[in-house]
Design a protein around this ligand. Structure first.
Ligand code: ATP
Ligand code: MG
Length: 273
């Protein structure tokens, strides 16, 4: 399975990526990947290490120029837009960020307003209020005066999420947003994303924790070796067969009695010899 059937129509779709390929030298990292995400939806992107998930988010946000294919946001081709225009509509929380400069966390969060400001324009009261709300939403207010280089990894991840939200994007791309977060903050971050999605945001999150993906995502795309192996509703994608084929594990998928969503229990790695 390679091209989701619904990509034939962009009606109601906020984001439509069609036939995205990306190659570096001889390495084909993505091959004709298509997906669409409607307004107010959270799409989960799952797949093993090296499947191409981060590469796909970078292609969607145009940090990497796809070697083939098209990405449209609300019907507008992103390849025709400047990085600054794109940054007004799309925020990416990267999987890892090198921040060697000792900025105060407040300044890091305020950087989210840059795409909306004039060239030498300083942030105004409204920009500060937006940043303040993001700090509250991510419970990072206590770090405002601390340096980004001097907070813990999980705290830093939440500060960077606050920056992405401060950007007030229409499309939020999250590359493993809860990696390294404690269980309480994992839930808080996903509940925050769900709230933003309810308010109209469109989002894609790369998620390794399949049970978090099952609980919080509307639909899933399962990527394997640069191609879409399966896509659709959570229950259709998270099957024991798909998990065996793609992740090479024996797993049981059953309904979680407390949450009423699919629950994955991984039993053992499969012999791949
Ligand atoms: N510049 C490059 N040249 C060659 N191969 C690359 C390059 N960048 C990435 N790759 C390879 O492309 C594949 C996809 O990488 P990507 O970071 O998108 O994977 P991922 O699905 O995000 O994995 P993870 O779950 O580990 O984050 C990997 O096998 C990686 O080694
Ligand atoms: Mg990755």
């Amino acid at each position: 399975m390679n091209v989701p059937s619904e990509t034939a129509s962009i009606n109601g779709a906020a984001l439509t990526a069609t036939g995205i390929s990306y190659a570096v030298g001889m390495a084909q990292l993505l091959e004709a990947v298509s997906l669409e995400v409607r307004h107010g939806m959270l799409l989960g992107l799952i797949g093993p290490n090296g499947a191409g998930k981060s590469t796909l988010l970078k292609c969607i946000s145009q940090i990497l120029a796809p070697t083939a294919g098209q990405v449209c946001l609300d019907g507008k081709d992103l390849q025709r837009q400047s990085p600054r225009e794109i940054a007004r509509h799309i925020a990416l929380l990267p999987q890892s960020t090198t921040l060697n400069f000792a900025f105060a966390c407040l300044d890091v969060v305020l950087m989210g307003r840059n795409p909306h400001l004039g060239r030498f324009q300083a942030e105004g009261a409204r920009d500060r209020a937006i940043a303040q709300q993001s700090l509250q939403d991510t419970e990072t207010e206590e770090f405002v005066t601390r340096l980004i280089t001097e907070v813990s990894a999980g705290e830093r991840q939440r500060v960077l999420l606050a920056r992405a939200i401060t950007q007030q994007p229409r499309l939020l791309l999250l590359d493993e947003p809860t990696a390294g977060l404690d269980v309480q903050h994992q839930l808080q971050v996903f509940m925050l994303i769900r709230r933003l999605v309810r308010e109209g945001l469109t989002a894609i999150a790369v998620v390794h924790d399949l049970n978090l993906a099952a609980r919080f995502c509307d639909r899933l795309v399962l990527l394997n070796r640069g191609v879409v192996h399966a896509h659709g509703l959570v229950g259709d994608v998270l099957t024991a067969e798909n998990l065996a084929r793609v992740f090479k594990v024996q797993a049981v998928v059953e309904e979680d009695p407390n949450l009423g969503v699919p629950r994955v229990t991984v039993l053992a790695p499969l012999d791949t010899e």
